[in-house]
Write a protein that binds this ligand. Structure first.
Ligand SMILES: [Zn+2]
Ligand SMILES: [Zn+2]
Ligand SMILES: [Zn+2]
Length: 274
């Protein structure tokens, strides 16, 4: 399994357009980028490629990185930065199977799969395939499982991707607070690589109107506001899941410039062989 991080930023990315903060300036100096979230997973046994989330930066990501277009895709949730790149399927794919959860979101009255079908009803190049949370399904020769996480007010899912032949395992938390349910943690546990949402360091919780929550023993918040993990929360979760390697993703330009490019914060283009 070869994992390429195509997009490692939050919804505005780094650099953010129109922003001259120190972190965006530093990214330009270093020549690194954190575009909107997407992960490319190649099955090196079969040559098939799975894309996790469809970034609005899809076109640039596939022009920049030496990876093949996906054979199938999975969508974690319906936020702009994870779904709106799907319009790129038009005239690029003949048929792209798109896997998504079938559970109805009480907020929207639709499942993620339903929303994709409705928003992209003009796209005859995609086939949406519904899966219940915790149901294993097969995609690109991998065994995949979508598991509920905590990203209020919308439903959102983490994802485990396993190669049944080699035993390699990739886990993604999806956009989530630290409040990942135990049953979901069980499915995500013991990955070779964990990609964990870590939008900002815990020190920034004082600037969020809701503050932070899910404090650890030292009083450090593991959740920023209600929707995302802090860096500290993501690292605690990684430890609890027993991740062999962890990269922090979905990071914002609000990280102070001297912390924004430290390990284990990911940047676009990183590649891992599991
Ligand atoms: Zn900035
Ligand atoms: Zn989101
Ligand atoms: Zn997001």
């Amino acid at each position: 399994m070869r994992v390429t991080l195509l997009g490692t930023g939050d919804t505005t990315g780094t650099p953010t357009v129109g922003c001259d903060c120190d972190t965006c300036a530093r990214a330009r100096e270093l020549g690194v980028e954190r575009s909107r979230f997407s992960v490319h997973v190649e099955n090196t046994r079969t040559g098939e490629c799975l894309l996790v989330d469809l970034s609005p930066d899809f076109r640039q990501q596939f022009l920049t990185h030496d990876v093949s277009l996906p054979d199938e895709a999975v969508v974690t949730h319906i936020h702009f930065d994870h779904l709106d790149g799907l319009g790129n399927a038009y005239r690029v794919f003949d048929d792209l199977p798109v896997h998504a959860a079938s559970e109805v979101d009480p907020v929207t009255g639709e499942s993620v799969a339903d929303t994709i079908r409705r928003k992209y009803d003009y796209l005859d190049r995609i086939t949406v395939e519904d899966h219940a949370p915790f149901e294993r399904f097969s995609a690109c020769g991998f065994e995949c499982t979508l598991v509920p996480v905590d990203h209020p007010p919308l439903v959102c899912y983490g994802l485990a991707v396993e190669d049944p032949e080699t035993g390699a395992k990739l886990s993604l938390t999806g956009d989530t607070s630290y409040g990942v349910p135990d049953e979901s943690r069980t499915v995500l546990s013991d990955p070779d690589l964990l990609l964990a949402d870590a939008i900002v360091p815990a020190s920034l919780c004082e600037y969020h109107p809701l503050g932070g929550k899910h404090e650890n023993e030292a009083g450090v918040p593991r959740t920023f506001g209600s929707k995302h993990m802090t860096r500290e929360g993501a690292l605690d979760l990684a430890r609890e899941l027993g991740a062999r390697e962890t990269r922090l993703v979905h990071t914002a330009h609000f990280y102070p410039a001297d912390e924004a490019f430290e390990e284990p914060l990911a940047v676009d283009g990183e590649q891992y062989d599991l």
